[in-house]
Design a protein around this ligand. Structure first.
Ligand code: ADP
Ligand code: MG
Length: 720
């Protein structure tokens, strides 16, 4: 576009009596203009729109309808049927207002006439209309024909004044978009404003390359946006929406894959040589056979480690699927290549547990170091010195390992367990800090919260995905029961028998009012109640977030070593804790937990050879909590539960709770638009394969649009 300004007139004086405002627009810069140039947007309205999140023309264009109403059933007045909703058009013959004596309702009555007859239209409590409506005006009305006490009347639900005989009404005729609205910003106002944007919408540039549009038979963006706001039919609206959903997902996938490409081109990683004696000794020394899925994931990881492209992989597997041993193998591989490995855990207990496991399984194969915040200053200094000189091959620890003063001789592999518990920025910072001469460590993320594939492609779209399905054989599925309040004692009877057999029990209390101290107090009170009553003869202790971490570690350790029978904890119970002798998980207030969390809690038991049980005590179930609990009773499969969770909650919450910095999708809904997401992924991969780095001018608009849409959310990705 040259500097030539395009005279485009907004609106047609159809919505108010002010003279039409003429605005001059550059195209495509029109989308950046403030809405205050539109008719009806007084300074007051502009303020309300801004408060609602709509400031520019572009904001409004991207404020898509939530759904549509089909008002295409326009009727001649003569053909109105009793009880049926319809749209009619006609000319005002007479306007009257009255007030009922008893109930003091204002009624406005308008006699409306068309070529076939006349009907009385009524409005309740909208007296101002007597000032607006007058004889001779043309109206379109949406409402229901409902004759009453011998009177023919049409009860109005929506109306609009027509200024041109031809052309369709905006609010009462045709397919009417219903916008997300508020008390301050009505859907009607939004419709009126959107109608003024038609000239801009018709000229919107298309970020998708013309070749792609042709190949994929996609409508252009301008047509799709126009049709989404002003469809003539519902089918047209659906098609338009599909195109915009695909575009949104495609932009996101291009962003994610571009980031991955840039990452992998920017730096190299050390390609590890063939597995040697150490790796073989590790595998031979394992006290169990690896499952086929563990072996398959080892193969995949091995493939990554032997390349000089930095591994960026997410290893996901249900609780108890045995990810740790897979990670340890990779760490041994790094160690035998003369490099260092880091195993990051979100909590002290988990870090300590990993250190024990490493001592047991890796033992003398690599010298390990445990770094947590419980080290004294001196211990820490010495540990860091051993890490810095390269003597330590395997550093296991918490956030304490992410601090700036931790320096490595040669970091080859970073493993992040329960990765969603770490800030993206934090772990990226460690990777960047340990880069040397263009060589970066391999990174393996692990998660025990299975993620539906659609979410994995979204939230972790820049990572490769390896999944361990199933758990090691010999494990029995955990028996899950919902226990009604009147069966509580029977439940405790059962648990006492387990304790008598030497088994251990978790009791988890829900977080209360988001308050740590109240939740802690609740857990303490519950522990006292259980110790004084149902578990009088057992050894009961409590762990919660308000305890000093050393005290909490003591309790956890005693539980692990079997010096406690019952551990009462808040929902903070350490993720990933592994006590095979624990066979009962009691969840109090189960209706207050999310599905993923309940599944995690249940995964704390059933880790040994004994049959295990999960007892859910729930009160006052809402529909959604009922659905969650039922899903839990029906399946032990974390992946299936993850899909159910997505259905029950929608991805907003699932993703929101997973990690900050997740793209905010305007139109696409992952649960519903699964097929579109997979298609977008494929198209994005194709685009980047043909044009690595997205350097071709043909793809410049695509790149710009991607950065405009996701630059903020994916900022942490794109800036690297
Ligand atoms: P998660 O994937 O939840 O982190 P872990 O790695 O903690 O699971 O493994 C859970 C338990 O299963 C541990 O006690 C571990 O030693 C054991 N385990 C792992 N792999 C196997 C296997 N192939 N056969 C038997 N037990 C296994
Ligand atoms: Mg684990």
């Amino acid at each position: 576009m040259t500097g030539q300004q395009l005279p485009l007139r907004f609106g047609g004086g159809r919505y108010d009596q002010r003279p039409p405002v003429t605005r001059l627009f550059y195209d495509p810069a029109a989308v950046a203009l403030p809405l205050s140039g539109l008719q009806r947007v007084t300074p007051n309205v502009a303020r309300r729109l801004t408060a609602f999140g709509l400031t520019t023309v572009g904001d409004l264009i991207e404020h898509f309808p939530r759904r549509y109403e089909d008002f295409r059933d326009r009727k001649a007045i003569r053909d109105l049927k009793v009880g049926e909703e319809a749209t009619i058009r006609g000319e005002i013959v007479r306007v009257r207002a009255e007030r009922t004596a008893r109930r003091r309702v204002d009624i406005v009555r308008v006699l409306l006439r068309d070529d076939t007859g006349a009907v009385e239209a009524v409005w309740f409590n909208q007296k101002y209309l007597t000032k607006v409506l007058c004889e001779g005006m043309k109206l379109s009305l949406r409402g229901t024909f409902r004759p009453q006490s011998g009177r023919q009347q049409f009860v109005v639900r929506g109306h609009e004044i027509l200024e041109e005989e031809d052309g369709e009404g905006v609010h009462t005729e045709g397919v009417v978009p219903v916008y997300p609205a508020s008390e301050q910003v009505s859907a009607k106002l939004l419709r009126a404003l959107v109608h003024q944007l038609v000239p801009v919408m018709r000229r919107l540039p298309d970020p998708l390359p013309a070749g792609l549009l042709a190949r994929e038979r996609l409508p252009g963006r301008a047509a799709a946006v126009t049709a989404v706001h002003l469809p003539r039919t519902l089918a047209e609206a659906k098609l338009a929406r599909e195109r915009l959903v695909l575009e949104e997902l495609l932009l996101m996938q291009v962003g994610l894959l571009l980031h991955k490409q840039e990452q992998q081109q920017r730096v190299h990683a050390s390609a590890l040589p063939e597995p040697g004696d150490l790796a073989h000794a590790f595998l031979d020394g394992l006290p169990f056979e690896l499952t086929p899925h563990q072996l398959a994931s080892l193969d995949e990881l091995e493939g990554d480690l032997r390349r000089d492209v930095p591994m960026r992989r997410l290893l996901q597997g249900d609780v108890g699927s045995g990810k740790t041993v897979v990670a340890l193998y990779c760490l041994v591989r790094a160690a035998e290549a003369g490099l260092q490995g880091v195993l990051l855990a979100p909590t002290e207990t988990l870090a300590a547990q990993h250190a024990e496991t490493a001592a047991r399984l890796v033992g003398p194969l690599a010298s390990a170091e445990l770094v947590t915040s419980t080290l004294t200053a001196k211990e820490r200094r010495e540990a860091l010195a051993r890490i810095e000189c390269g003597e330590t091959r395997l550093a296991i620890g918490t956030h304490a390992l992410l601090q700036e003063d931790v320096r490595f001789a040669a970091l080859g592999l970073l493993v992040v367990d329960e990765q969603h518990r770490f800030g993206v920025e934090q772990r990226d910072a460690l990777v960047r800090r340990t880069e040397r001469d263009g060589v970066a460590p391999h990174v393996l993320h692990m998660t025990a919260t299975p993620i539906p594939r659609t979410l994995a492609l979204t939230v972790f779209g820049d990572l490769d995905l390896t999944t361990i399905t199933g758990v090691p054989s010999g494990r029995q599925p955990v028996v899950t029961r919902l226990v009604d309040e009147d069966k509580r004692e029977t439940g405790y009877d059962f648990v006492r028998k387990q304790i008598a057999k030497g088994r251990q029990v978790y009791v988890v209390c829900p977080a209360i009012d988001e308050s740590e101290s109240i939740s802690a107090a609740t857990a303490v009170a519950e522990a006292e109640r259980l110790q004084a009553g149902p578990f009088r003869d057992a050894r009961v202790a409590v762990a919660h977030g308000q305890l000093k971490s050393a005290d909490r570690d003591d309790v956890m350790r005693s539980f692990k070593t079997g010096d406690l029978d019952v551990l009462v904890a808040t929902s903070l119970i350490e993720v990933g804790i592994d006590v095979p002798n624990a066979t009962v998980m009691i969840v109090e207030g189960a209706e207050r937990f999310g599905l993923a969390q309940l599944h995690q809690l249940r995964g704390r038991v059933g880790r040994g050879s004994e049959k295990s049980y999960c007892l859910l005590f729930a009160t006052a179930e809402t529909g959604a909590s009922q659905a969650r609990l039922e899903a839990l009773l029906e399946t032990n499969d974390g992946f299936e539960l993850a899909d159910r969770d997505l259905e029950i909650r929608g991805e907003g919450q699932v993703m929101g709770s997973r990690q900050a910095g997740v793209p905010d999708l305007k139109l696409a809904r992952l649960a519903r638009d699964r097929a579109a997401l997979l298609r977008a992924r494929k198209l994005a991969a194709g685009i980047l394969a043909d044009d690595p780095g997205l350097r071709s001018p043909v793809n410049a608009p695509l790149q710009d649009a991607m950065r405009a849409a996701f630059g903020g959310e994916l900022g942490w990705l794109l800036k690297a």
